[in-house]
Design a binder for this molecule. Structure first.
Ligand code: 6R9
Length: 704
């Protein structure tokens, strides 16, 4: 496919490639028990009832003081929800359930080693643990409401305990995904100006007890280089009393939580009544520049939103066993393992390890053992389970009523396996499209009321009104078959409040593009730009095509090309670096790095390894590139910009399109010969791209 003079993918091209999928209807048994089974709910949340419709979500919570203003738009686009209202998130997720559900499991934790028993933590026990740790955070670490604290914790119950302890005090937590490197954690500590780091000595992953505390030392060091001091490192131990790390404890800085906590045994602290608009937590994510963005989420709006969407979209009832297999280090885990389900008083399952450890039946064994009936995961895991254990589900006696997919577009083929094999044809599937910035779902189907369509997330969720705009800001109509930028026309309670410490970036990245009048205090003038390409079918369902900025979605993790490139540039031999996506059967996309060396240096596998190690060090193993290609020069425009779409095409064995306008067109053939012959030699034989994937590659890097 040659695109002639036009290097970017045209919207009409995508349209031609579009094949409509058929609907799947929810089973009658599901409809009969669903939380949202009466279509009147769609009417209640229609645009003429906005924003008042969200009273229904807020009423799921217990408020200390009622709000006087539902939505304050006076300082756009810094929307304020439930202004004047006061509440405490921990009280809502723990204390208020005690009278009715003291002995009910709040968390059911499954350790990775099958030799260790599952642990159920009741609401009463959670209440005790949270209070004691909150007392320690206040008494020993000196934290007060409004302070930030960084966690670098794996999937252990100590993570929700730590989150809720902060929420109790009005302290803003910032959890960094456990798989991120110490350096990445240090950046985020410095950015949020946290003086306390909470970590763990080790955790199980793929059968190994990983040394995690070592990363804390690096994090503190990195923060120090950025001029920020960490005063205390609080170290939970995976096995209290037994230290799993080789990293020494630093005198006066590092403390084992299990040694300090006994001083706070039995202490109970009153939950601090917080304004609805007080920040609850920060969650860092990637974008077009190297500096990660700390998305600041509110207390009242966020909690109301995740409670409401957990009730209606996850369809959680008190008697359900709900398992979201995401990591709490990502927004999905915050909203749909911890805050949403616990606000509803549900039982939330969390699993420590790898879904295919020690074999691809593990997930289904857990489902069978615990009687899981709601299951929530990402396409990358579904692809992996499908590849490694396609017949495993039928060996286990479990029955799901509801399944979720989140994080990446799901291929209709993979969707069908999820539905027919994993779900045994008995469950509804909700494909939930949203982002770290959004707090909760934006596009999905209400499972009893709207049929499923493989590969499409569905229409906007209750009270959220999406639209697709073209580059000129004109609406791309539903059913036109054309793609464009998906935006949300209105504010909603779960939307983040700002980028921590960078309010200008908040406005610039998410609102500037389609703002109609920057002096207007009418929300209609401020559509939210999501940064995803999408197509809307005639039935109103959206199909998300992927990021339109320079972000590569690897197994549901957002990696910014700039972050990957600046990590590569920490290797002293490297002069220039460019990151591009390659199609990957399991992870959706993988990263390939192209690097050019400083003059006079000779390429070597040693330098390639250094680049890989630098990326693992700066970001984490999840970002490890599939290949590092040393090239003599990068293909560049006459103004000197690296043409990422050209090298992305080479990596994917796709047509490079028109390169005649490059400053150095002759380099393209050299790179192609080198990279493609090497790939073939390594057995990295490509499959043909689907037309949509080809379009994605052609559009890559166009955000610059
Ligand atoms: C919740 C979460 C956000 C990006 C988003 C989009 C992609 C998420 C999706 C999906 C297609 C879905 N994405 N859900 N694409 N279908 N159901 O994943 O947040 O980590 O910030 O990623 O992920 O590209 O913009 P986050």
């Amino acid at each position: 496919m040659t695109s002639g003079q036009e290097p970017q993918v045209s919207e009409a091209q995508i349209a031609v490639h579009w094949r409509e999928e058929e609907y799947y209807q929810p089973p009658a048994a599901f409809i009969a028990q669903a939380n949202a089974a009466d279509p009147a709910i769609l009417q209640r949340f229609s645009e003429e009832h906005f924003p008042g419709c969200f009273t229904e979500y807020a009423d799921l919570l217990s408020w200390d003081a009622a709000w006087h203003t539902m939505l304050d738009t006076s300082n756009p686009p810094f929307w304020k929800w439930f202004v004047g209202g006061r509440l405490n998130a921990c009280h809502n997720c723990v204390d208020r359930h005690l009278p009715t559900s003291r002995n009910k499991a709040a968390l059911i934790w499954v350790p990775e080693p099958e030799t260790e028993d599952t642990k159920a933590i009741t609401y009463q026990e959670l209440y005790r643990r949270v209070n004691e740790f909150a007392a320690m955070l206040r008494g020993f670490a000196g934290l007060q409401s409004g302070d930030r604290v960084t966690f670098h914790l794996p999937m252990v119950p100590e993570l929700p305990v730590s989150m809720l302890a902060c929420a109790r005090l009005g302290v803003i937590h910032s959890e960094v995904f456990g798989g991120f490197s110490g350096a990445a954690c240090g950046d985020r500590i410095a950015d949020s100006r946290s003086h306390i780091l909470v970590t763990m000595d080790g955790y199980y992953r793929n059968g190994d007890l990983v040394d995690h505390k070592a990363k804390a030392d690096e994090a503190v060091q990195t923060a120090g280089k950025l001029g920020h001091q960490v005063d205390k490192v609080l170290v939970w131990r995976r096995h209290p009393g037994r230290y799993a790390s080789k990293a020494p404890m630093v005198e006066g800085r590092d403390f084992f939580v299990d040694e300090v906590l006994p001083d706070y045994r039995g202490q109970v602290l009153a939950p601090v009544s917080m304004p609805a608009e007080a920040p609850l937590f920060l969650m860092y994510t990637s974008g077009t520049t190297a500096r990660p963005k700390g998305c600041q989420h509110s207390t009242g709006g966020y909690l109301a939103y995740v409670a409401g969407t957990s009730k209606y979209y996850q369809d959680i009832h008190p008697q359900d066993t709900y398992w979201c297999a995401a990591d709490i280090g990502w927004i999905t885990g915050h909203s749909y393992i911890v805050y949403g389900p616990l606000a509803l008083g549900a039982s939330s399952v969390m699993y420590e390890g790898v879904p295919t450890y020690p074999d691809p039946g593990r997930v289904w064994r857990i489902a069978e053992r615990l009687g899981v009936n709601i299951f929530h995961t990402a396409p990358t895991t579904i692809r992996m389970l499908r590849k490694l254990g396609p017949d495993q589900p039928k060996r286990y006696d479990y029955h799901l009523k509801h399944m979720t997919t989140v994080g990446e577009p799901i291929e209709p083929e993979v969707w069908r396996w999820y539905h027919e094999v994993a779900g045994k044809g008995e469950a509804v599937i909700v494909d939930t499209w949203w982002q770290t910035e959004n707090g909760g779902f934006l596009g999905s189907t209400l499972p009893a009321l709207q049929p499923m369509k493989p590969g499409s997330c569905g229409p906007g969720v209750l009270g959220v009104y999406p639209v697709i705009y073209d580059e000129n800001g004109d609406v791309v109509p539903a059913g036109s078959g054309r793609a464009g930028n998906i935006c949300i026309r209105n504010p909603w309670p779960g939307i983040f409040q700002t980028v921590w410490g960078q309010p200008d970036r908040f406005v610039e990245i998410y609102y500037q593009k389609y703002c109609r009048n920057k002096d207007s205090t009418d929300w209609h003038d401020w559509p939210y730009f999501a940064g995803d390409g999408a197509v809307q079918a005639a039935d109103g369902y959206f199909r998300i095509l992927g990021r339109v900025d320079d972000v590569i979605n690897v197994a549901g993790h957002r990696l910014g090309t700039k972050e990957l490139e600046s990590a590569s540039l920490t290797v002293e031999e490297i002069a220039e670096a460019a990151a591009v996506p390659v199609m990957d059967e399991l992870r959706g996309r993988a990263v390939e790095m192209y690097v050019a060396l400083k003059p006079g240096l000779t390429p070597s596998t040693d330098i390639e390894d250094k680049v890989t190690r630098a990326i693992e060090h700066e970001i984490g193993k999840i970002a490890r590139p599939k290949n590092v290609w040393i090239v003599s020069d990068m293909p560049k425009t006459r103004s000197g910009k690296i043409m990422r779409r050209v090298i992305a095409s080479i990596s994917n064995f796709a047509d490079v399109g028109d390169v005649s306008t490059l400053a150095n067109p002759e380099i393209v053939d050299d790179i192609r010969r080198h990279v493609q012959s090497e790939k073939l030699a390594r057995g990295d034989t490509p499959r043909e791209l689907t037309p949509q994937e080809a379009d994605e590659i052609k559009a890559f890097g166009h955000a610059e």
